[in-house]
Design a protein around this ligand. Sequence first.
Ligand code: SAH
Length: 350
Amino acid sequence: MPDLQWLSLFPEEMAEEVKRRGYPAFRAKQLFSWLHKGADFDGMSNLPKDMLADLAKDTIAQPAVITHRQVSQADGTQKYLYTFPDGNAVEGVLMRYKHGLTLCISTQVGCKMGCAFCASTLDGCIRNLSAGEMLGEVLAVNRELQGEAVHNIVLMGSGEPLDNYEQVVRFLRLISHPNGLNISPRRVSLSTCGIVDKMHLLAQEKLPVTLSVSLHAPDDATRLRIMPIAKAWPMDKLMEACRAWVEMTGRRIVFEYALIDGVNSEGHQAKKLSQLLRGLQCHVNLIPLNDVKERDLKGVSRQKAEAFLKELENNHISATIRREMGSDIQGACGQLRRRVLKLPSGEGQG
Ligand code: SAH
């Protein structure tokens, strides 16, 4: 794979590289704008042919290529498999919401966090994605959309975004660049399993993204059963970081909570969760679990999910049960990749 990824560069860095190759720096502005429109070198009509031929010799314009797709008959949700030049593949999911097209992207090939319910972590983390590769995921979908464009982005595909901190922050700055996609951080949700030191760092970045925290438990004992990260960062430290986030950014936090039968979905656990979150500006997303056969984890009935929701509401905690999108195409991340790459099924998402 070429070392240089144009799409990972800020305009100033691109200008340096263009100059180093013997072309005037102003060409970088045109190059940045073409690349962020998803163009390949042969489609950049206002740049000199010799320069483009030179760039094409040892670099690539667009690192992410869509090699498989599935469309949900139920709601039009699309699932993509992206392949990178080194042969690694990750998934993305495009959902149509009232507030616009939302793309779920991956930040790593695999994941090392080891959550018991998640398919992405079954083979560990193979490698980080670069900012340019993440951007490439968005551009590849925009190229397919013809006229429409991705409006919101959620970092909820494979990988732990805060375990790839530098490249993820770079990606967030690149997509919000006015000469590029110009997607405001306000239209981005970043989901983390709770890497507390990085949550504190992110709060300082002046990037007003929506922070989602995958909580999945009301206390350490329950969380430790399903999320190894709870060992490194116990609940009191996690909640401290959440309060600091709200204070620093003025934005509410979203908690993801997948209801797992016999683990975290009982009435007393809803009560405990309410106590934990009392006074914090937040919203709880209750997620129907995608069953994980290998680990014998099962979701709960609709009725049980509603009882859990009611308990939270009675305690004045804002909460909803997340609508399932693309269930007929295994909308959950991790599954398409495993099928195409012929890995054992796993069945979870992440
Ligand atoms: N690593 C990040 C983002 C990726 S996972 C994080 O942990 O938040 C995106 C969301 O899907 C997380 O909330 C994750 O806990 C959840 N998830 C993973 N596997 C799941 C499954 N089998 N069923 C329901 N939600 C799942």
